[in-house]
Design a binder for this molecule. Structure first.
Ligand code: 5GP
Ligand code: ZN
Length: 143
């Protein structure tokens, strides 16, 4: 899907609104998040408007994942971060606010106070776990 009018990241990609970029090629742009959890928090955005990563083309997906550790390593060197989180919020229930796929790179520091935890659940039985895995397997269309 090409760029759309009412998308902030499409506007950034078209340079209609400014961003502070750290990497760009023919498929992706990476820029600093305007409201970072930690300084250096960056977003990798494909140059194609898709709300969900499930419909984004393989070439964009591959480039995003290929670039992510390299950009993350550079952010770590620049900020002296000791680690990073890579995450993608897909859908509003998952916390997605901007409806254009983007991969977060969040540099992490000891005791930085960033909370990315949740309480865990427990399957009723090994069978329940196996049944769910089977259900998922049957629904994988292609990889
Ligand atoms: P989401 O919750 O959709 O996964 O994350 C969207 C991210 O985009 C947020 O972290 C937010 O701070 C960032 N963001 C939203 N609008 C802008 C903008 O205009 N410029 C930049 N650089 N980041 C933005
Ligand atoms: Zn867009």
């Amino acid at each position: 899907m090409p760029y759309v009018d009412d998308c902030v990241f499409c506007k950034i990609l078209q340079k209609q609104i400014p961003s502070v970029s750290v990497y760009e090629d023919e498929l992706i742009l990476a820029f600093l998040d305007i409201a970072p959890f930690n300084f250096g928090h960056a977003l990798i955005v494909p140059k194609d408007h898709h709300h969900s990563c499930t419909t984004l083309g393989d070439d964009y997906l591959a480039r995003m994942m290929q670039a992510a550790p390299r950009i993350a390593a550079a952010i770590m060197r620049a900020t002296e971060a000791e680690g990073f989180n890579l995450f993608l919020n897909n859908g509003s229930v998952a916390g997605q606010v901007v409806p254009h796929v983007h991969l977060h790179i969040l540099p992490r520091f000891a005791n930085d106070g960033v909370l990315m935890t949740a309480s865990t659940r427990k399957y009723d039985s090994t069978q329940a776990m196996t049944d769910l895995a089977e259900k998922i397997k049957q629904r994988i269309t292609h990889v």
